[in-house]
Design a protein around this ligand. Structure first.
Ligand code: G6P
Length: 550
């Protein structure tokens, strides 16, 4: 039990000591705090000096990580052990970006030859499309790709292709269709020419309602707008672990790229699910994305816990969630191109660690995965940062910033970065009552006014943040950044003793969704009355009555 470990209890006691000193004081006492609490890996620098930690805290957090066998767990994941026991499989996304020569064994078989073979197929496919050898039915080169997929088959590729827009070149535009919402479909297809549009149906299971419905509609749109049945193989490809289902759906086997059971949905960007990304940025850049992730993998696997970036980020999270009772964590990229990062990390983290039962089936008596949210800076400063500075919630933040921009326009980047740096400074430093009073005195306020206003202007400060920075958001860095968060989530899952690789809550939604849909379609009420609670039934009937009016 986590909470009864001596290492956990030592941290509980240490928590009271840490309350005695503010970060402001630590910075005053130690001018080297930045250097001492900064580390580098795979081109990324993590400054964690603005955290509620002393050297002793970091040591105690590393002790807890050791007591939870984190080094052994890391090795087990890389080696292909069954780290996903409830589904009886390994989680080997690291094999998809493995540039070392060694084998990666699953059930006694080295999976690396299959991985390399698929990468080669992807490379050839992209080469033919990008060099206009594979063309649409009227012999025009492809100009647009529509990636149809949801969840992990959507968020990762979307984040990466958005983040790497400067590397797109002018050849292929990429569109993502995820939601089961006719408005989404309409918006995506509007303005596209079926003659020059390629569709990729992305679904590990090939059983996801949203994806299949969107794929059917896209196929119909294609056929209604000049395409023939015989043209479908030129325009429809699929990526899936369920080749039979994709074939049954009508995708030509030659156009199906495999992925495997041992790739979790939220880690699938590294597999052929990354195809739309490769089509837009080209094979060489895609390889760099994998290379960046691989460098982070090597760091994660080999660095000692005390200097291990994903482990440090994970343990800081544990410190705040389990000892400071933090409920959420904000991801704040100060880069337009990285605006999709909060949504991707949200799925990665909340789907992985949103659990309340451990791998042995016992209910947790401690908090696990936080709510992940966030958005691009500086926009957020004019929206939710107020709560970060003065709200009653305690929200640790990750500020993420490239030192160079892809678009050096006047002083924009300097201003953007100044905003980023001053936000973490303000969170750490705050404003004392005395400082607030002094400001008001300078403004000429009376002592009576000051007594009312000053407390409202106090900014508590002492609120923690990481700053994650790098030279430029290039393909390698984007790969490393995503891998950094993947490993952070993995370590936290191990500390909390949960299975970070399943998602039974999502599965329930899928099951019930189908039942509700059947009820919405059913004739008459008799068949549905006994199947639902009064609220769900009332809502179904409200929808049905509107449907009948139309
Ligand atoms: O790729 P698919 O099988 O269509 O699954 C799409 C998504 O489905 C669910 O929402 C899972 O929780 C996700 O992890 C998965 O990425």
């Amino acid at each position: 039990m986590l909470t009864s470990l001596p290492e956990y209890q030592a941290l509980s006691q240490h928590y009271s000591d840490v309350q005695q000193t503010s970060m402001r004081q630590w910075f005053e006492q130690n001018p080297n705090r930045f250097t001492e609490y900064t580390l580098q890996a795979a081109g990324i620098t993590l400054d964690y000096s603005k955290n509620r930690v002393a050297c002793e805290t970091m040591q105690k957090l590393a002790d807890l990580a050791r007591a939870r066998f984190i080094p052994e767990a890391i090795e087990a994941m890389f080696k292909g052990d069954l780290v996903n026991p409830s589904e009886g499989r390994p989680a080997l996304h690291t094999a998809l970006r493995n540039f070392s020569d060694g084998p990666v064994m699953v059930d006694g078989k080295d999976v690396m030859p299959e991985v390399r073979k698929t990468l080669t197929r992807m490379k050839e496919f992209c080469w033919r499309i990008r060099n206009q050898h594979w063309r649409g039915f009227s012999n025009k080169p492809f100009t647009d790709v529509v990636s149809i997929g949801i969840g992990g088959s959507f968020l990762g590729p979307k984040l990466a292709s958005q983040a790497l827009k400067p590397y797109w070149g002018k050849k292929i535009n990429c569109h993502y269709l995820a939601n089961i919402d006719g408005s989404n479909l309409t918006e995506v297809l509007q303005g596209l020419n079926p003659e020059t549009t390629l569709f990729i149906v992305q679904s590990k299971s090939f059983g996801t309602q949203e994806t299949l419905k969107n794929a059917i509609e896209c196929r119909q749109w294609f056929l209604d707008n000049g395409g023939q049945e015989s043209d479908l193989p030129r325009h429809f490809t699929a990526v899936t672990a369920n080749v039979e289902k994709a074939k049954a759906f009508g995708i030509n086997e030659k156009n199906i790229f495999p992925m495997w059971d041992w790739v979790g949905g939220r880690y699938s960007l590294w597999s052929a699910i990354g195809l739309p990304l490769m089509l837009t940025i080209g094979h060489e850049n895609f390889k760099q994305v994998l290379q960046g992730a691989h460098e982070m993998d090597v760091h994660f696997r080999t660095a000692p816990l005390e200097q291990n970036m994903p482990v440090i980020m994970a343990m800081l999270g544990v410190w705040y969630i389990n000892f400071f009772n933090a409920q959420s964590h904000a991801i704040l990229p100060y880069d337009h191109y990285l605006r999709g990062l909060p949504a991707h990390i949200q799925q990665l983290d909340m789907e992985s660690n949103g659990k309340s039962v451990d791998i042995h089936g016992s209910k947790l008596n401690y908090q696990a995965g936080p709510i992940i949210w966030g958005g691009v800076g500086s926009n957020g400063q004019h929206a939710y940062h107020q709560l970060l500075h003065q709200g009653t919630q305690f929200v640790p933040c990750d500020f993420i910033m490239p030192l160079q921009t892809h678009n050096p326009v006047d002083s924009f980047h300097e201003l953007l970065i100044s905003n980023c740096l001053s936000q973490s400074q303000a969170l750490m430093q705050g404003k004392t009552l005395e400082e607030a009073k002094e400001e008001l005195r300078k403004e000429g306020k009376s002592e009576r006014e000051i007594a009312v206003l000053a407390p409202q202007k106090v900014i508590p400060g002492n609120r923690p943040s990481n700053t994650i920075f790098f030279d430029k958001a290039n393909p390698k860095i984007v790969g490393a950044l995503i891998a950094l968060y993947e490993h952070k989530v993995f370590v936290q899952g191990k500390i909390w003793d949960i299975n970070s690789f399943d998602q039974w809550g999502v599965e329930l939604g899928k099951q019930l969704g189908n039942q509700v849909h059947a009820a919405i379609q059913a004739e008459g009420d008799t068949n549905i009355d006994n199947h639902f609670d009064a609220s769900t039934l009332g809502l179904i009937k409200a929808f049905r009555s509107m449907k009948h009016k139309l």
